[in-house]
Design a protein around this ligand. Structure first.
Ligand code: SF4
Ligand code: SF4
Length: 355
């Protein structure tokens, strides 16, 4: 697995041009260089040279980063900022016992025990049989929600859905820097793929999608070749590929929040614009992070609430009473900050209930 030292060259590529500041939603609030990639790289260089220790203060800045990747898109040196921040988080994790306790609680209780109890109240939907088969990775969210929308929509384009009991994709451990637990998630995933001998995986959650696609970068060398043979897609890619023409029973006006981890926005946009009776109003900054990416920042609520409020204002200004999204984390954040102004729903759940 990659270590911070493996990114030394990458960190040195930073020319300190400061363009990341213009894109970083956290820098816009704090105005503090330590909370954006440029400042973080200066601190990490110091750590790698042995001149600085990875203190609680530095970790706070690493945690403040939303891992949204907005700065990477504009970085003239093409630095993959998120990977470096995660590698730094991993160094901090190794050095601090309390981080291990927090991760243990997350792994076995929040993303283990609770979803495993919840799934008993959500019986699985039986899929129709077709020659084209696909594995559905629902992640933790699927233990709380019915898989009916996925099965219904994929069956309508003649794809059979196999829905095994995948566990968490590991993104919460990844964000904390617990790469060992993240690797356990990779191992569990590989075990299930080998059992079913299907190399096509579909997901509906942007964070799960990012995580599954990142596995190949972070897995043990011996697992990488196998992971390269697996095709991970978001369900919207299938819908666009098959040019499905959906029609809602009633005309409805909606807006959409694009999760940071979505990289197939064109497919989603196509669906929003091509579903009959669906009036899509684009909100200002529809692609800006909701504030919840990575979930270890609740203690920074004061800063995050400014992001939440901005998002809330942009949703209200569209005059649509409903905001749709495609990530469980975003859905939770948008719901928590709606205060009755609008309803929040997963895009696929919304469509499948109305066709
Ligand atoms: S945009 Fe890239 S090169 Fe420029 S300061 Fe930020 S991280 Fe460094
Ligand atoms: S990943 Fe997002 S939050 Fe983190 S430094 Fe880049 S723009 Fe800022």
């Amino acid at each position: 697995m990659k270590q911070l030292v493996d990114f030394k060259k990458e960190i040195h590529k930073c020319s300190k041009c400061g363009l990341c500041q213009a894109e970083c939603p956290i820098y816009k609030i704090t105005g503090n260089d330590c909370s954006v990639s440029r400042g973080q790289f200066i601190m990490l260089k110091g750590f790698l040279k042995g001149e600085l220790k990875l203190t609680k203060t530095i970790n706070r800045y690493l945690d403040l980063c939303l891992k949204c990747g907005a700065c990477t898109k504009f970085c003239p040196s093409g630095i993959d900022v998120v990977d470096i921040i995660i590698a730094a988080k991993s160094e901090y994790f190794k050095l601090h016992f309390f981080e291990k306790i927090k991760s243990f609680f997350q792994k076995y209780f929040v993303f283990g025990f609770i979803p495993n109890i919840a799934k008993f109240f959500r019986p699985k939907t039986k899929s129709k049989t077709f020659s084209k088969k696909i594995l559905y990775f629902g992640g933790c969210g699927s233990k709380f929600k019915s898989d009916k929308p996925v099965v219904k929509i994929l069956n309508s384009i003649e794809i059979e859905v196999i829905n095994p009991d995948f566990s968490c994709c590991g993104i919460p451990y990844f964000s904390r820097g617990d790469l060992k637990s993240f690797n356990d998630s990779i191992k569990k995933y590989i075990k299930i793929l080998k059992k079913y001998e299907i190399n096509k995986v579909v997901t509906t959650c942007a964070s799960c999608e990012k995580s599954l696609k990142d596995y190949v970068k972070w897995a043990e060398t011996s697992d990488r070749e196998f992971l390269k043979t697996i095709q991970v897609k978001n369900i919207y890619e299938y819908l666009k590929e098959s040019q499905v023409k959906l029609k809602l029973k009633m005309p409805t006006k909606i807006t959409y929040h694009k999760p940071c981890n979505i990289n197939n926005w064109k497919d989603i946009e196509w669906l929003l614009k091509n579903t009959e009776n669906l009036e899509y109003i684009e909100m200002k900054d529809f692609d800006k992070c909701c504030g919840l990416n990575g979930i270890s920042k609740i203690k920074e609520f004061k800063i995050l609430s400014q992001l939440f409020k901005e998002k809330q204002k942009n949703i209200i200004n569209t005059h649509s009473k409903r905001v749709l999204t495609s990530c469980l984390g975003c859905e939770i954040a948008l719901k928590a900050y709606s205060f009755g102004h609008y309803k929040t729903q997963d895009l696929l759940d919304f469509i499948s209930n109305r066709i």
